[in-house]
Ligand binder design. Structure first.
Ligand code: S3P
Length: 169
């Protein structure tokens, strides 16, 4: 069995990309990378600050530049931000030398897992569930189209998801 150079995780906020990505990387003996965390480190500021000062568009520019840089990595598992699929030019960057995995998650689970979260600017409003629903309607077809593997994560422990992924990669 030959492993892909990169494993890239896509999916909505609250899909478990970081948790599962970290565990999967360990299992494969790969390095774990999280594009949002690297953007924050480089910028010296957190994502809410970037959205506040530079707007969502400023964040998306940083995200595209980061995906471009990370597309050259080898033996890595990459967790991406939920909106990484929104720019068409990102698609080739996400797919480059990679198996792309869509962690598919119900709205209910997304709501549950992002409750009380302060680091996601798009959810800091009166109706985070409505936002998650609207984003899902737009993004689900994009995640699905991009993915080599669609993995459902509802009612599964991260350990089980990782075990199932290892069998399919
Ligand atoms: C976003 C998701 C976030 C982060 C930013 C925007 C989105 O990442 O990139 O807040 O547009 O869905 P997570 O999916 O890791 O929460």
């Amino acid at each position: 069995m030959s492993l892909p150079e990169r494993v890239v995780l896509v999916g909505p906020m609250g899909a478990g990309k970081s948790t599962i990505g970290r565990m999967l990387a360990k299992e494969l003996g790969y390095r774990f990378l999280d594009s949002d965390r690297i953007i924050e480190e480089r910028c010296g500021a957190n994502i809410p600050w970037i959205f506040d000062v530079e707007g969502e568009d400023g964040f998306r520019q940083r995200e595209t530049a980061m995906l471009d840089e990370l597309s050259e990595t080898r033996s890595t598992v990459l967790a991406t931000g939920g909106g990484a699929v929104m720019r068409p030019e990102n698609h080739a960057l996400l797919r480059k030398n990679a198996v792309v995995i869509y962690l598919k998650t119900s709205i209910e689970q997304q709501v549950e897992r992002t409750r009380k979260d302060r680091n996601r600017p798009l959810l800091q409003n009166d109706d985070p569930e409505g936002v998650l629903r609207r984003l899902f309607a737009v993004r689900d077809p994009l995640y699905t189209k991009l993915a080599d593997i669609v993995m459902f994560t509802d009612r599964k422990s991260p350990r089980l998801v990782v075990r199932q992924l290892v069998n399919r990669i």
